[in-house]
Write a protein that binds this ligand. Sequence first.
Ligand SMILES: [Zn+2]
Length: 264
Amino acid sequence: MLNHVKILAKSNKNERFNNLLKILENYNLKYDICDVKFRNHYVKNIVVPVNRTWGVKRFVLSAHYDNFDGSTAANDNSSGVAVLIKLAQFMQNVKLIYRYDVVFFDREEYEDRGSEQYIENIGKDNILGAINVDTCGFGNTIMLGPVKNLANSIFQFITKEILEQHLVQLINKTPGSDDRSFENVDIPNLSIGIVPSEDVPLILAIIECEMDGKDPSTVEGLRPPTFVETTHNGTKDNIKYVSENSMQITYKFLKHLIEIQNQA
Ligand SMILES: [Zn+2]
């Protein structure tokens, strides 16, 4: 997967887009491009349909491929894109019950317009649920949330037993990515990211603060978690901080979820 991150981690938007298409073509992953101006943004989403034989309702697996201006977006979010490419390859070759759209969203960094465009285009009623992957190349602990959404019947297959087989930290609130667009229109959604274990207590404290309506930056002793430095031109926003092992942890978890979800 690191090979793919190397190809994708470019600050030039067209280069990122074209390189992603090339990778998909190399693996014979057929895609649709949805190039539609949505409100104030030109949005080019890339959709890889998996198991199209099953009805019109689909489950979404997504990762944004766009970059924050100036950043090569190695960890945020070429790492997530690389994981989903590998997952789509796996899914192509197994028997699935559900239909899926593996979607690479444009314009997450700018108001989540990519996911909004996708939902409007497909129609909210045709989306059973979504799992969004963002920033999974740095650290060893899977952050999964928001916890409240695990209670939704579409996610019933994600049992305590499965979670115990992976290093998962459940969170009540996500850092905020394309999951917001799904949440805004009541589509069941979960988010997955990876962080170093030493970040976990900090992240939990920050989430608690935010849920109490307090600004974490005003709380003494609370500093931003280290993974934030791997994003948006931070001091570790460089491919040398992206690890194959972190992406493997994410991939194995997602692959396990897909296997369980499709057990007849
Ligand atoms: Zn991101």
